[in-house]
Design a protein around this ligand. Structure first.
Ligand code: PMM
Length: 264
C-alpha cells in the first residue's frame, strides 16, 4: 500500500518517489515495455514494493516531436492499469492533458492529474476543481510536436517562474484549491540542456512560489549528453540511471516534494 490520497501533500517527511509507468509504444525510456496492462500493473506494484509513494500512469508519449494519439486509444491504454493499481491500494496519478481521459481515470481511482500541458484546457481545470483531486501544474510552452522551437529564453529561471506563477493564478481562478496544486518546472519541455541545468541549479526560485515541487529528470537526454563527454554519442536511456540518481539526490536534499523516476 502506498498511503491515502489525503496524506499525499502532508508537509514534512522525506521527498516522495513517483514511479513512471508509460503504457505507450513510443515513450523515450520505457516505450513498448508496458503496453500489456498485465505488465504495466506488475511494474507499478513492483515500484511500490521498492518504495514508490505513487505511480504515474501515462498513455501518450510527450517526447520532443511526438504526435498525439486519439482519446479513445489513450483511455484504452491507461484505464485498466489505473483501475487495477487503485484497487490494490496504490496512489495513482494519471499523466494526461485530456479532460475525457482525466475524468475516466479519476472515476477509476486516480487521485492526482498530472497535466503536462501547463493548464491550457479550462475544461480540464474545471474537472479537477469539481472532483477535488490533486493537480500537477507543469511548465510547458505548447504541444510536444514543436516544443523545441519554443526553447527561447532571456533568463530561463525568472521566465519559467513567472510563467508558472501566472498559470497558478489561472488554475486557482478556475476553482482548483491552491493546497491541491503541485508545481513542476517541466524539465526538457521547451528547454535545452542549458535551460534544464539552470532550473535545477535555481530550484529555490520555484520553491518560493509556495507550492510543493515535483521534478522529473529521469533518463532525460540532457543527462545522456553530459555523460557522453568524450564518448562518440549521447548515452542511451538505459545508461542514464546513475545521473538520474545524482540529480534526484540533490533535488531531495533541496527539499522538493517528489521526484518522478523510471527506476524507483
Ligand atoms: N516528463 C515526462 C512526462 N511526464 N510529467 C511531469 N509532471 N514532469 C515531467 O518532467 C514529465 C512528465 C517525459 O516523459 P517520460 O514519461 O517518458 O519520462
Amino acid at each position: 500500500m502506498s498511503g491515502t490520497a489525503e496524506d499525499l501533500l502532508e508537509p514534512a517527511g522525506l521527498t516522495k518517489v513517483m514511479g513512471v509507468v508509460n503504457v505507450t509504444p513510443d515513450s523515450f525510456s520505457d516505450g513498448g515495455t508496458f503496453l500489456d496492462p498485465v505488465d504495466a500493473v506488475r511494474a507499478g506494484l513492483r515500484m511500490v514494493a521498492q518504495g514508490a509513494d505513487l505511480i504515474d500512469v501515462g498513455g501518450e508519449s510527450t517526447r520532443p516531436g511526438a504526435s498525439r494519439v486519439v482519446a479513445s486509444e489513450e483511455m484504452r491504454r491507461v484505464l485498466p492499469v489505473v483501475a487495477e493499481l487503485a484497487a490494490a491500494g496504490v496512489r495513482v496519478s494519471v499523466d494526461t492533458s485530456r479532460v475525457s481521459v482525466a475524468a475516466a481515470a479519476v472515476d477509476a481511482g486516480a487521485v492526482l492529474v498530472n497535466d503536462v500541458s501547463g493548464g491550457c484546457d479550462p475544461d480540464l481545470l474545471a474537472l479537477v476543481a469539481d472532483r477535488g483531486v490533486h493537480y500537477v501544474l507543469m511548465h510547458a510552452r505548447g504541444p510536444s510536436v514543436d516544443m523545441s522551437s519554443r526553447a527561447v529564453y532571456g533568463d530561463v529561471v525568472s521566465e519559467v517562474t513567472a510563467e508558472l506563477a501566472a498559470r497558478l493564478e489561472t488554475v486557482v481562478a478556475a476553482g482548483i484549491a491552491p493546497e491541491r496544486v503541485i508545481l513542476d518546472p517541466g524539465i526538457g519541455f521547451a528547454k535545452t540542456a542549458a535551460h534544464n541545468w539552470a532550473l535545477l541549479n535555481n530550484i529555490d526560485a520555484l520553491a518560493a512560489l509556495g507550492r510543493p515541487l515535483l521534478v522529473g529528470t529521469s533518463r532525460k537526454s540532457f543527462l545522456g549528453t553530459v555523460l557522453a563527454a568524450g564518448d562518440a554519442g549521447a548515452r542511451p536511456t538505459d545508461e542514464r540511471d546513475d545521473a538520474t540518481q545524482a540529480t534526484t539526490a540533490l533535488l531531495a536534499a533541496a527539499g522538493v516534494w517528489a521526484v518522478r523516476v523510471h527506476a524507483v
